[in-house]
Design a protein. Structure first.
Lengths: 348, 348
DNA sequence: ACGAGGTGATGAAACGTTTCATATGTTCGT
DNA sequence: ACGAACATATGAAACGTTTCATCACCTCGT
């Protein structure tokens, strides 16, 4: 079935011109006389010619696509970041391809291998793993522009955009403290993710000496992991059980909410929950979820701008680290004050 | 900064062999003597050589990637389909790139243009638009294997995987009829999407002569569009207002739920809601959402299998149309019986 | 000692573009 | 009428691979 793809040569032949002229029609149409141009365009139409991008790239040295490697395509947070990146890339006629690492270092590595083989223009990435000798460092060292997304960076060899996760964690925990919670659980993981660690650090700093932060590490940032963590919490002996849960993202928080509800633990009366990301579904949850909001689309846009700047400006480019401020959105899941002494009879 | 990328030639030189030998080390290592092979591998390591995929593809004629073009990356439904596709592709060492049409025919076209220029192996797509002369038909006619996803097809020139949307619509509407709803609204759009039309047709068929299906067309399948539609419904004079809403997908349904709740219309007491897709967030919604479940991941897996079969088997391949059965999941948003005469005093 | 067969390595062709120096007219100003 | 200047079109080189026919060498069996 597969047709013998037609090449520029056949177009040239059909239009009665040289291949150089066909190429000019495609790339600098003003250099060729209108009559000839039309003849070539007709030939292209008749033959159904489609330019071979491999050949073009081979000659040009670089492709026109930029890649974004995300931790989880199923997470609405990243969907919005991607959307922002796409909008910005579209402005300059670029294309964005989305790669999903699924929080798996091996898959991340595989993707980076392939992207480098493809000579992508640049990479936006929220890395799973990143150390001094990481695959990512290699990529950068060999000259591919990279922008870190949702990840602060002390690195001087790349740009980054991020939201202040320490502050976000502090906001969430401070809010819970104001509601008189002293025993708080932090649900998040894997701890190797910088975001997870930072949010925890922020929370810890806001809790102070008279409060307690119990950390429950999860394998992934998913609804399922949240349910498992909630199970652990609910199974604790009553006196040890925290009265509030702060989750590293909304997927976890929704999982915690589901599991608690299923077990008859009432939210927020028996336990308060605060999530992170403020995804669209947080407000629509069974108990509307308090969450720390990040400028998701903006993150994608800014990251892409930085990347494009590095790609185009080459010499002059200065690496920058842009940090946005998060914002706490209080909803029902954490809003009713918690009454310690009279739990059994407390109402409303 | 950008290094002059090293090529196979420099590796050959460094290892003291011909470029043919280097290529053999890369592609058929067993053909080359262990000592030589090691020498080449060392050179590759020292130089940080990365194969140029453009050149390889140019020679090979085709790339090793398959593409999936979805209507909306932010829709968890597609996220799961993508995941299924990735799993299947990974088995055979393939790569999946995700393209987002955003329900916009122009963007879809642009993506297909680029994908064809890149000579992708094949395309999985849920088309926005598809007619006898569509861009998609051209692509197929020129020999690129295509599998339609979530879209039944009478077409004989391609495979398809789909869920029986007419049946799904019928299940949903029949369920609402059983709850004694006679005036039902169908919220969905754009009507040009086959899924939207089919689900409506199914619903209509289940309603029968004594029921009424009021159709409210939306511009997109998003939460925001759902809210707007809910506004329209709530604004209707009381006697015309439907007592149940069936939505073409869960995003719409969640939007309807949010807007109704905000306006003080109680769900399911004042109005029942049934969604479609049963995304993970449906069960976690403010009022757990009844929905029509589709085997999302399976859809992606099967589609990829069909595509790979066509890619590899070339001659022998027979186009197939796989149809899965949907399944109604009843939750609270539609489960309490609706009491017509005594609405004001009805409880539980 | 000789050819057959096998193992390893080589060199050149080919893939489809883009680019650039060159060639061929055409038009103008003087 | 003559070169200058300009507008168009051309042909060949180059991009980095893979592939394939060929070659050089070695080992055996006779």
């Amino acid at each position: 079935m597969s047709m013998p793809t037609t090449s520029i040569k056949e177009v040239a032949q059909r239009a009665g011109v040289s291949i150089g002229t066909v190429s000019n029609v495609l790339n600098r149409p003003n250099l060729v006389a209108p009559a000839t141009r039309q003849r070539v365009l007709d030939a292209i139409g008749q033959l159904g010619y489609v330019r071979n991008d491999s050949a073009r790239q081979l000659r040009a040295g670089r492709s026109r696509t930029i890649a974004i490697v995300v931790l989880d395509v199923a997470n609405p947070f990243f969907a919005d970041v991607v959307r922002g990146a796409e909008m910005e890339a579209e402005k300059v006629g670029g294309v964005v391809v989305v790669c999903n690492s699924g929080e798996d270092p091996t898959r991340e590595r595989r993707h980076l291998d392939i992207l480098e083989e493809q000579r992508v223009q640049g990479v936006l990435i929220t890395p799973v793993h990143d150390g001094p000798d990481s695959r990512l460092e290699q990529l950068i060292a060999r000259g591919t522009p990279v922008v870190l997304v949702d990840r602060g960076s002390g690195h001087h060899n790349r740009c980054s955009v991020a939201v202040d996760d320490v502050l976000g964690g502090r906001l969430a925990a401070a809010h819970l403290r104001e509601q008189e919670h002293t025993s708080i659980a932090y649900v998040g993981g894997p701890a190797s993710l910088r975001q997870v660690a930072d949010r925890q650090a922020g929370a810890a700093s806001a809790i102070g000496a008279d409060g307690e932060l119990r950390v429950i590490e999860t394998a992934t940032l998913s609804v399922a992991a949240g349910r498992r963590a909630a199970g652990e919490i609910a199974d604790l002996p009553a006196r040890q059980r925290p009265t509030a849960v702060f989750c590293a993202n909304d997927l976890l928080a929704l999982g915690v909410l589901q599991e608690m509800t299923q077990r008859g633990v009432r939210v927020p009366r028996d336990i308060a929950i605060v999530g992170y990301d403020d995804i669209e579904f947080a407000a629509a949850a069974a108990v509307p979820l308090s969450s720390v909001r990040q400028p998701r689309e903006q993150l994608g846009r800014t990251a892409t701008q930085l990347l494009l700047d590095e790609i185009n400006d080459h010499g002059r480019h200065q690496h920058r680290h842009v940090v946005f401020q998060p914002e706490l959105v209080v909803r029902e899941s954490s809003s009713r004050p918690y009454r310690r002494p009279a739990r059994a009879t407390a109402r409303g």
